[in-house]
Design a protein around this ligand. Structure first.
Ligand SMILES: [Zn+2]
Length: 192
């Protein structure tokens, strides 16, 4: 009976010791876990918001400068009587197409080409120098050229007529448009 009681006391003490040890280990594990959590909290991890708000290190693409409307410097060589070559031929063909020059373009800037150019300049309101300078060249090829034409006028009248059957014309004489312009005649409003 007595030995059994002592055995029971030993069992109780051993159990208590085991409980205490177990409790201590569990407590230590909990505290250790909390310490690890606290350590993790102490180390600030950058939040996504902060990452987004942080100034980007990638350089912002600099907008390429707008292409400026730079006027294309078009250099027209001046062509005059005595000149020869492809450019003379091009001018002659243009004058032929517009009715100021007859025949075939031969690339030889002679008196006929010079006169045709003067006629063209008269109609276009350009200086009648018979020289294909920059202004004349631009007019020749910019699509604004007025073709040579036969027009009609009444002697003493201040208008020329595009139509020989214009009601305002009676027995007209035929003249060239370039000559009508030179004489200061204006286009008949009835003929438009
Ligand atoms: Zn008329």
């Amino acid at each position: 009976m007595r030995s059994r009681t002592r055995l029971n006391w030993r069992l109780i003490i051993f159990s208590a010791a085991l409980i205490l040890v177990t409790a201590g280990v569990v407590t230590w594990m909990i505290l250790d876990k909390r310490a690890a959590d606290l350590a993790a909290m102490a180390t600030p991890t950058p939040s996504p918001a902060l990452i987004t708000a942080a100034p980007s290190s990638t350089p912002r693409p600099t907008p390429s400068p707008e292409p400026t409307e730079s006027p294309v410097p078009t250099v027209y060589p001046t062509v005059r009587k005595g000149d020869r070559g492809d450019l003379v031929m091009i001018i002659q063909q243009r004058l032929i197409n517009l009715g100021y020059l007859t025949g075939r373009a031969d690339g030889d800037f002679g008196s006929r080409t010079q006169q045709a150019l003067k006629d063209y300049q008269a109609v276009q309101g350009l200086e009648e120098d018979g020289i294909a300078g920059p202004k004349t060249m631009i007019h020749l090829f910019d699509g604004s050229s007025v073709p040579q034409a036969t027009v009609y006028r009444m002697p003493g009248d201040t208008v020329y007529h595009l139509k020989p059957y214009c009601p305002l014309v009676h027995g007209p004489e035929e003249i060239r448009l370039s000559d009508a312009v030179r004489q200061g005649l204006t286009e008949c409003p009835e003929c438009r």
